[in-house]
Design a protein around this ligand. Structure first.
Ligand code: ADP
Length: 469
């Protein structure tokens, strides 16, 4: 069911409503009608009491008046019953309930209509009947305003309250009666068109409001669910980090003894190892070292994920950190005859975390060397931007990264196809680097062209910096 058919009012601009919302709106409209229409019969009774003395109808049609009074009182009581029973409304009985309410309201209109027609029939169009007629139009207009939510009921109300008088006027008052009928009809059509128009806007607003309300509810539920999921994910992540951390510790102990004994074997002279045995020991050592590196990196990652790394801000000379990192990696660079270029000495000082900055640089420069070509170049430079940031760039003349692989660069354990190459790696160095940079409220980025080289940069906030300290 869609809102376009709600109570006979059509508005194609309102989107489809689901059955539940349609029921809610029907329920709401029913309650509203019940509340508004309670006063209807009492206004009619007041009208009866106020207008009956104007004519001699009380003397001429005593029985009719008493009957009308009784009927209107029953009508009044039935409205209270309707108002009370609205609580028991369900999706199933709403249509029956609508019929009941419509019947109560319409019977009221018929009773008043008969009263007016009886006056016209008995006395013609004298002052008293004209006053009752005006009273009728007022009742009809106010009733129409009360029940306008149901279009069909409004139409029927207008017809039944005036039909008896129309018939009597047409039959007994000749051309004068007919022109009066015509005048009243124009008046009614005018009221009716106004009501339909405003009601259309009214329903459109209500439907849109309801839709918004539903969307807001959906959003709240989605938000609660998302928060729950986030909590669960955080918990799972914590458990994973704890597991990784304890596993790494457990693995490192036996691994260190494997490496230690392999080293002992290597230097053993009684009896000395054969060449083949020496090769085998080398395999043990290389494999062990690779495993140790992987375990250490996993431990680093789990520490970062568990949020247990502390950022310790101190005054640091970036040249010094660059120099220390390059010094550590010089043997690796020498193996591939790679030239390492560092910035000229300077006494610039920035406030940042020394250990973390060094770890970031070691990771980036290691990659720049590993994924380079023999005889290549790696250059490290930095710039202070607006006294707020330090931007460090590591440029290499290496193999570069194909464009289609750029998106997965910072994904854990993704080696972008290098797992099949002879270059050793674990695929989590850049993940760790990125996490550390983010932990320090910084950014990391890169540019790379396959076959030409890459440029990795990091930007870190520096709380303060000064020259010539
Ligand atoms: P690992 O080097 O241990 O494989 P990283 O997380 O440090 O792991 O790097 C992920 C992948 O990104 C590498 O396997 C490599 O394919 C690519 N990569 C990283 N740095 C560079 C670089 N400077 N030049 C080319 N490729 C790189």
């Amino acid at each position: 069911m869609s809102s376009t058919s709600l109570h006979g009012y059509k508005d194609p601009s309102v989107p489809e409503l689901d059955d539940e919302t349609t029921y809610q709106l029907n329920y709401w409209a029913a309650k509203d009608i019940a509340k508004r229409s309670v006063l209807g019969p009492f206004i009619c009774i007041l009208g009866l009491l106020g207008t009956a003395p104007l004519s001699t109808i009380f003397d001429d049609a005593h029985g009719l008046l008493v009957t009308l009074f009784l009927l209107l009182s029953i009508g009044g009581l039935s409205r209270f019953y309707i108002l009370k029973s609205v609580k028991t409304l369900t999706e199933k009985n709403i249509n029956r309930w609508k019929q009941l309410v419509s019947f109560a309201i319409l019977s009221n209109a018929i009773i008043w209509g008969i009263y007016l027609a009886a006056n016209i029939y008995l006395y013609g169009l004298n002052t008293a009947t004209l006053i009752i007629l005006l009273f009728t139009i007022a009742i009809e207009a106010s009733a129409a305003m009360s029940i306008f939510i149901w279009q069909k009921l409004t139409q029927l109300y207008v017809v039944v309250i005036l039909l008896p008088s129309y018939i009597v006027l047409g039959m007994h008052e000749g051309i004068f009666g007919l022109s009066l009928v015509f005048g009243i009809s124009i008046h009614i059509v005018f009221i009716y068109v106004q009501i339909v128009q405003s009601n259309k806007e009214y329903w459109t607003a209500i439907c849109n409001n309801k839709l918004l309300e539903n969307k807001a509810k959906e959003l709240t539920v989605a938000k609660i669910n998302a928060e729950k999921l986030k909590e669960e994910a955080e918990k799972a992540n914590e458990t994973k980090s704890e597991f990784l951390s304890s596993m790494s510790h457990e693995l490192r102990t036996p691994l260190n003894s494997i490496l230690g004994f392999a080293q002992l074997l290597e230097v053993s002279t009684t009896p000395p190892l054969t060449l083949e045995q020496r090769d085998n020991v080398d395999y043990i050592k290389n494999g062990g070292e690779h495993l140790l590196k992987l375990i250490n990196q996993l431990l680093d990652l789990s520490k970062i994920e568990a949020g247990t790394i502390d950022v310790v801000i101190e005054e640091v000379n970036p040249n010094e950190i660059i120099f220390e990192s390059v010094h550590l990696l010089q043997p690796l660079a020498d193996k591939m005859k790679i030239q390492l270029e560092v910035p000229e000495e300077s006494d610039t000082v920035v406030k940042t975390d020394r250990t973390l900055l060094k770890q970031i640089l070691i990771n980036l420069v290691t990659n720049a060397i590993k994924y380079n070509r023999v005889g290549g170049r790696v250059s490290i430079s930095y710039a202070i931007e607006n006294n707020k940031l330090i931007k460090i760039t590591v440029v290499d003349t290496g193999i570069g990264i194909e464009k289609e692989k750029h998106a997965e660069l910072f994904t854990s354990f993704s080696r972008l196809g290098k797992e099949r190459s002879s270059i050793e790696g674990t695929g989590i160095g850049l993940t760790i680097t990125k996490r550390i940079v983010e932990e320090m409220n910084g950014h990391i980025g890169f540019e790379s062209v396959a076959g030409e080289g890459s440029s990795f940069w990091i930007e870190l906030p520096i709380t303060d910096h000064s020259n010539n300290l």
